[in-house]
Write a protein that binds this ligand. Structure first.
Ligand code: BGC
Length: 252
């Protein structure tokens, strides 16, 4: 059986895909990125995904499912929420929509769950054998929990309310940009969020991803936490790699 699976990561601004070699956990083709359509409805997004799939169709095993991430809670192939994408994803049968458009089997996963499993298998949490919290700081806050290599899906910790406000409204990288916060102003918000999460989950390791993790030296060393906190290793490849990985897992 092939070790090459296609992973597609759907974000608020870009839809990215690449063929992944799962024997090494890295790209086996160039990454293709197409801007997310302005109104990111399921039909419009599926069109873009089809362009990515067609661009590498000759390298794909026709029977292999494709892994696709969305910034939404996903249960049984349906998207249940839509915090940072078009609201028409709420309760959409995403699996059927993509499968019909692509004429192939697909596996739909939450974006942070995909990033988390990729970091656990191939990246920053590879050697952690306890409870890993993957936390992505982007427009929203994504979270994934992996216990001894097993993903527990849909941990929506970014929506925890702290002082009556959803955490991601104050502590996401998006909030930092929107409010023009300096790191000195932003760090206490992160501290409050991660301290709270830590009291609830007691992770053995926290991995912080999202675009801002490129500058992790400016904020991670300043956080006072019980567990070690490290930057993600796979950076913006994690979603694609995790999606491809979970697609292969679905065939076992
Ligand atoms: C969504 C999550 C998603 C995260 C990162 C949150 O607003 O509720 O499902 O993982 O943003 O995109």
């Amino acid at each position: 059986m092939t070790n090459h699976f296609l992973g597609i990561d759907i974000g608020g601004s870009g839809i990215k895909g690449a063929l992944v070699d799962l024997s090494i956990g890295d790209f086996a083709s160039d990454r293709l990125r197409i801007p997310t359509p302005e109104k990111s409805t399921p039909a419009k997004v599926a069109q873009v995904v089809a362009r990515i799939v067609n661009s590498c169709a000759d390298q794909l095993d026709p029977d292999s499912p494709i892994g696709i991430t969305l910034p939404a809670v996903v249960t049984h192939g349906h998207t249940r929420s839509a915090a940072n994408i078009d609201k028409s994803w709420i309760d959409a049968d995403a699996e059927t929509i993509f499968a019909k458009k692509l004429g192939r089997r697909v596996v739909i996963v939450n974006d942070a769950d995909a990033a988390g499993i990729a970091e656990a298998r191939y990246g920053a949490a590879k050697d952690c054998d306890g409870l890993v919290l993957m936390s992505t700081l982007g427009t929203g806050i994504g979270s994934a929990i992996i216990y001894r290599g097993v993903l527990v899906p849909n941990f929506e910790l970014g929506h925890l309310e702290i002082a009556g406000i959803p955490a991601e409204h104050r502590a996401s990288a998006g909030a930092k940009t929107k409010e023009g916060l300096s790191y000195a102003e932003y760090i206490p918000r992160l501290q409050r969020y991660y301290s709270y999460v830590e009291e609830l989950l007691w992770p053995d390791l926290i991995v912080v991803g999202g675009g801002i993790s490129r500058s992790s030296n400016k904020f991670l060393p300043k956080l006072m936490l019980k567990s070690p906190v490290v930057p993600a290793k796979l950076r913006n490849r994690a979603g694609i790699i995790g999606a491809a990985y979970l697609a292969r897992e679905s065939t076992k």
